[in-house]
Design a protein around this ligand. Structure first.
Ligand code: ACO
Length: 331
């Protein structure tokens, strides 16, 4: 039997229509357009309306990706929804399967914060390479506006909502996931959190449980910045090495869209010219698991990324987690 490879054949994205500018934020917290732009590169973010849901945003992105791949929802075998902000703590992937009417697909959530999409893509490839599934939809989606403390200027200026998706297909004549690497470091788990916070509830004498909900996002911004600038170039080089490639082979660099300064520092360290760097965080802010597929989809639809181009993608964030996937787009 011929080896089964992975081909990435479709992409899609969806962002809420409601937009919040830096000036809007300056009426909410003590900040300014100038501070946010110069420190982060962000000008706007799209925020989910009160009647929209993570599942719907995800399904919209997924639908576009399936159409671009020339498939129908009924062709999809597996849906991986990378998110940290599911509508339901039990998972939202099955609801996305239902909205898409992807009746043949098994669906599950994958949580790895801003690394979620890259981890999801690599997970999808394992199912395809083993011959278990042929057509896999990978969605990265987050609605962090639900979990941001809108009175904390150190975090609320950074995040936005959105969804992006790709379709991965099994093929016998090529493997377009060229190399990957993934890491976790739980020692730094408290650098970035959307943690559970409850209070004790006594059920009876000697029997107490803890109940509550999740607390807004907290972040040690400088620590995360330093971690990203050090580890992201390393993990991209490792993924390139695993694929027997060098930085010269990269046509496009798409990093998790957290901060333009991080993107510029990583590109500089890898000696990748700015013309090869895809960035759209000025429009969307940090959309966590959605940011890479959202940027990929825009660049593909703008005709920047063409079939056959080699894309180096890297996600990094809470956990801490980080990973890179080098892939050939399309075909
Ligand atoms: N407006 C105005 N002033 C501000 C704001 C704001 N929105 N936020 C912070 N400040 C102030 C601080 O209070 C501080 O004031 P002080 O000097 O009087 O104490 C000053 O600005 C500098 O603060 P720093 O935190 O040192 O600013 P820095 O240049 O490090 O930028 C930032 C902060 C943008 C958060 C940066 O550290 C960063 O991007 N970190 C990485 C975040 C990231 O990548 N997250 C990705 C993962 S997200 C995920 O996984 C879900």
């Amino acid at each position: 039997m011929k080896a089964i490879g992975v081909s990435i054949t479709g992409c899609g994205s969806s962002a809420p229509t409601q937009v919040m500018t830096n000036d809007d934020l300056s009426h909410l917290v003590e900040t300014s357009d100038e501070w946010i732009r110069t420190r982060t590169g962000i000008r706007k973010r799209h925020l989910a309306t009160t009647d929209s849901s993570l599942s719907e945003l995800s399904a919209q992105a997924g639908k576009q990706a399936i159409a671009m791949a020339g498939l129908t929802p009924g062709d999809i075998d597996l849906i991986i929804l990378a998110t940290s902000t599911a509508d339901d703590l039990f998972g939202s992937a099955a609801k996305v399967q239902h909205i898409l009417e992807a009746d043949q697909a098994v669906a599950f959530d994958l949580t790895a914060a801003c690394s979620g999409f890259v981890f999801g893509l690599i997970t999808a490839a394992q199912f395809i390479r083993t011959g278990v599934y042929k057509n896999v939809l990978v969605i990265g989606a987050d609605v962090l506006s639900r979990w941001v403390d809108w009175s904390d200027r150190t975090t609320c200026v950074l995040f936005g909502d959105g969804a992006g998706a790709v379709v991965c297909q099994g093929t016998t004549d090529k493997d377009h996931l060229l190399g990957f690497a993934m890491y976790s470091d739980g020692k730094q788990h408290d650098a970035l959190n959307l943690g559970y916070g409850g209070t004790d509830k006594i059920l009876k004498e000697g029997l107490t449980v803890n109940q509550g909900t999740y607390e807004p996002i907290t972040m040690k911004g400088r620590d995360v910045y330093r971690f990203a600038v050090e580890k992201v170039p390393e993990v991209i080089e490792k993924a390139l090495f695993n694929g027997q490639l060098t930085t010269d082979d990269i046509d496009w660099l798409i990093l998790h869209q957290a901060n333009q300064r991080i993107i510029d520092a990583v590109a500089k360290r890898l000696k990748i010219p700015s013309e090869k760097v895809i960035a759209n965080l000025d429009e969307y802010g940090n959309t966590s698991a959605a940011s890479i597929p959202l940027a990929l989809d825009e660049a593909v639809r703008q005709g920047k990324i063409k079939p056959g181009d080699i894309v180096a993608s890297s996600g990094f964030g809470a956990g801490l987690t980080w990973g890179a996937a080098i892939f050939r787009w399309g075909m």
